[in-house]
Write a protein that binds this ligand. Sequence first.
Ligand code: AMO
Length: 436
Amino acid sequence: PAQQRLPRTLTRDLNHHDGQTVRLQGFVHARRDLGGVQFVVLRDVSGVTQCVGKGLNLPLAESSVEVTGTVKAHPKAPGGFEVQISEFRVISAAVEASPVEIPKMEWNVNPETMLDYRVVTVRGLKERAALKVQAELVAAFRDHLMTEGFTEISTPKIVSAGAEGGANLFPIDYFGQGAYLAQSPQLYKQIMVGVFERVFEVAPVYRAEEHATSRHLNEYLSLDVEMGFIEDEEDVMSLENRLLASIMTRLKATSQAEFDLLGATIPDVPAHIPRISLFDARALVTEKYGHQVGGKDLDPEAERLLCQHYAETEGSDFVFVTKYPRAARPFYAHPDSNADGSLSSEITRGFDLLFRGIEITSGGQRIHDHAMLMDSIAAYKLNPESLSGYTEVFKYGMPPHGGFAIGAERLTAKLLGISNVRYARAFPRDRHRLTP
Ligand code: AMO
């Protein structure tokens, strides 16, 4: 009966049980049978520990098992303790050898194979550490925003129109009617500002981008924020500045072990993240590094160089790029002011945030005036009919508002020095991958 059993101990708590009998549960991470003695490295949610026994019939690696035994200090064992097994029970035996030996995985040899077998490779210590850090980061995102009076919302992922412009929408058949997977909660989070004033959402979004790069997923976790009654986009940037500082403080308290395992450092967030206009940023990378920037935005190399500049000159891993031209922003971006106070037709109050060489956020102030919004929709040659479910609310007193979205996998990958955003998602969807 359960009440007579020892309570379960986690491997990370063995230091509190030196010399005592404990009961552990977990997975066979590694195993070695030397004939007379058997070694089992047991992996549970908190870490790994070496267990040693005699006359054991060892199951295949990855079987789930229960070990009862005595804790002995053992300086050479992982964690500094070893468990001398008195009772060994197989809870659920692996019926086949794992296609990949979890402790010996080398992603650089064949990443596609590792993703093919993701259901087991994701159990790896480094693989799960990345997901654990992301979970902490999301919890910190929620906690901080709630302390600033934000309310969590949940908006539809099946939608009738795109939010961000462009052609990267996944069409779906909605009972014979055309629909799409949401590429962003943008329009709905703005509507919800009319309800709660300050809102956030943590949810996947979908982008039908055909290119396979280290920074693009077709399904990613979007950390969205929207805030009403702002002065301008400066309020939004300072909110994101505080939010990131709070997230990093939390990670220092909860996730140092995962960062150590991955050889990564938690950045300090400056009290005032440097800002530079897109125009000046393009000039800077050309003048300082001789890099000609193509297109209307920054290209990946320009993002890298700009971050290098701010890391070297200001010791900041972060930089806001501000005042994006209308040509590089969606229809909802609020125009910037000209020197004489009139509104610019060229420049918006949109910004990006770069972190360690890559864009992790887009944001800005949005148009809240109904007439201005309708004009913008016409100027972008969009169909006002298809956006009427959104534009309607702007007839009813929408306050000045703005917000941003952080790509959770990009932030996680850059925090941990992971080379590809795919490894910052448990089951990535990319151009060629729909399983597992
Ligand atoms: P944007 O389209 O720039 O802006 O997306 C915001 C952030 O999401 C991340 N991101 C991606 N991550 C992985 N794979 C992708 N394919 C991908 N595309 C984007 C990036 C990016 O900075 N509605 C606006 C946000 C806002 O203004 O509030 C938007 O969606 O980190």
